[in-house]
Design a protein around this ligand. Structure first.
Ligand code: C2O
Ligand code: CU
Ligand code: CU
Length: 520
């Protein structure tokens, strides 16, 4: 049977399978552990350690937070020994930053890590060569922040150092997240645990009377490989001098840092802020009993009105905001599943409760940006290069390396269309820093014609975004053999930012480019 599937699989899938097989020897099969024995942890809300004057205007004092990155040991399952992570502020995920639109905060991101990394660095990768092993720089994903506070990948710093970033919150209510962005080791640092949620609130959200307080819960989902000793395992390729692997998929699916936890809920409405914080895994989440999600928001804010869904799909870095009503599930135990994994369990109490929260029919307007607003259309290819034996060697954006000159220079306050042309076999979740955007459409095309003649032969009509992605986004799934078009107002700050694939292994191996928003 194995032989048959190898024959069908082709060289690329074959090497992937061999990696998976050799990795299995070093990892624990977590499906032998009893599920649903640990309660779901909920990260604490970060507390400011006082007020500090803004460096730019010393008469104004704003909340000041300090989030040090440090090693911690945490139990991810009742029956496992504590696992070593690197985490911000003492938990994995780190404490949730809560900020209000219109305010400004300072966050000191301190590097209190040891001098040596515990995950396998590939010194051939951009930024890893000749640099210290342990480096961090923190990015607020989805934040519209000035370029000097955005966590530019080359602005990393070593243990003992820190950087204080200023976040003027000028954007609508949304769930963002913060994570490491250090050049060439980003996949390892985030895998080690360096991320957390950041929630922006505003008046429009207040007026909706959604479930809040203990009825609003972040669910941050990430997969890991675990050794028989209960430690994080990050596999390497078969070439000791080129240890990079093209994607990390683990069979241990953690929610807020626990392996298949349970959550006791009341028979009422809850709001869940779901984030895919995995390196490479996509999730397709559904309740085993068919209970519905009411999706109310995307990466960057509310949908115009709730959308009832049986399944939610999330690429790495994507978020969904959902309301789930357990009101008709009194006394039930409901498992949330991914296609082939248990994710977590909800235990609904039998008691009667009164629920004064609402699920309003109208949320927030999302005015569609007309294509005629765009001053420019950029055609950008997503490129994967493989060796003769079918192994992925590197991935590029528009056939350009990180160190090539900047080619994307949109004008400040102009709108552009970016068309991602994906001839590869995979979906690449493409993320732009500093801005939000809308998905215009996707269209199948013939990759061979395009690469030979730079001419499009389309194989079907343009299809609009799925209803669940028809709001404001900062990450878009650019699907295989399709052209995916987004429309982007570059209305943040002038300066240098990055755009990249959010499969972290791709990002670390050249699938990231600088871009510059140009004033005037
Ligand atoms: Cu999640 Cu460059 O970011
Ligand atoms: Cu980002
Ligand atoms: Cu990719």
């Amino acid at each position: 049977m194995l032989g048959g599937s190898l024959l069908l699989a082709g060289p690329k899938a074959l090497t992937a399978m061999m990696h998976a097989m050799s990795a299995q020897a070093n990892t624990l099969n977590v499906s032998v552990l009893p599920p649903f024995v640990d309660p779901l942890p909920i990260p604490s809300i970060a507390k400011p350690s006082g007020m500090r004057p803004l460096p730019s205007s010393p008469k104004t004092s704003v909340p000041y937070y300090r989030l040090p990155a440090q090693p911690i040991d945490v139990k991810i399952h009742r029956d496992l020994k504590p696992t070593r992570f690197w985490a911000y502020g003492g938990s994995v995920p780190g404490p949730t930053l809560e900020m209000r639109s219109g305010e400004e905060v300072l966050v000191e991101w301190a590097n209190d890590l040891p001098q040596q990394h515990f995950l396998p660095i590939d010194y051939r990768l951009h930024g890893a060569e000749g640099n210290p092993q342990v480096r961090i720089v923190t990015h607020l994903h989805g934040g519209r922040v000035p370029p000097d506070c955005d966590g530019y990948p080359e602005e990393w710093y070593v243990p003992g150092k820190s950087l204080t970033y200023r976040y003027p919150i000028r954007q609508e209510a949304a769930m963002l997240w913060y994570h490491d962005h250090a050049m060439g080791i980003n996949r390892l640092n985030i895998y080690a645990g360096l991320f957390g949620a950041a929630i922006i609130r505003d008046k429009a959200e207040d007026a909706l009377n959604l479930p809040s307080g203990k009825y609003e819960i972040p669910l941050m989902i990430f997969d890991r490989m675990i050794t028989p000793e209960g430690q994080l395992y990050y596999p390497i390729s078969e070439k000791p001098r080129a240890p990079w692997i093209p994607e990390l998929f683990g069979d241990a699916i953690l929610v807020n840092g626990k392996l298949f936890p349970y959550l006791e809920v009341e028979p009422r409405k809850y709001r869940f802020r779901v984030l895919n914080a995995s390196n490479a895994r996509f999730y397709h989440l559904a309740f085993q009993n068919g209970l519905e999600f009411h999706q109310i928001g995307t990466d960057q804010g509310f949908l115009p009105s709730p959308l009832a869904l049986k399944k939610i799909s999330l690429a790495p870095a994507e978020r969904v905001d959902v309301v789930v009503d357990f009101g008709d599930s009194r006394g039930e135990q409901i498992v949330l599943k991914d296609t082939s994994f248990n994710v977590m369990q909800f235990r609904v109490s039998a008691s009667k409760v009164s629920d004064t929260s609402s699920l309003p029919a109208q949320l927030a307007p999302v005015p569609r940006i007309a294509e005629s607003q765009a001053v420019k259309t950029r055609l950008l290819t997503l490129d994967e290069y493989t060796s003769l034996t079918g192994e992925t060697v590197e991935l590029l954006l528009n056939a350009s390396y990180w160190h090539d000159p900047i080619t994307e220079k949109p004008g400040l306050n102009t709108t552009e269309i970016w068309s991602f042309i994906n001839p590869t076999d995979d979906t690449h979740p493409i993320h732009l820093h500093a801005v939000r955007f809308q998905i215009l459409d996707r269209q199948h095309y013939e990759p061979w014609d395009y690469s030979a003649k730079k001419e499009f032969r389309f194989l079907g009509p343009r299809t609009p975004p799925e209803p669940y992605e028809a709001g404001w986004k900062d990450t878009v799934g650019a699907h295989s053999r399709m052209v995916t078009r987004i429309i982007v107002p570059f209305d943040s700050y002038p300066g240098r930012y990055v755009w990249h694939c959010h499969i972290l292994e791709h990002e670390d191996n050249e699938m990231m480019r600088p871009y510059e928003i140009v004033a005037g």
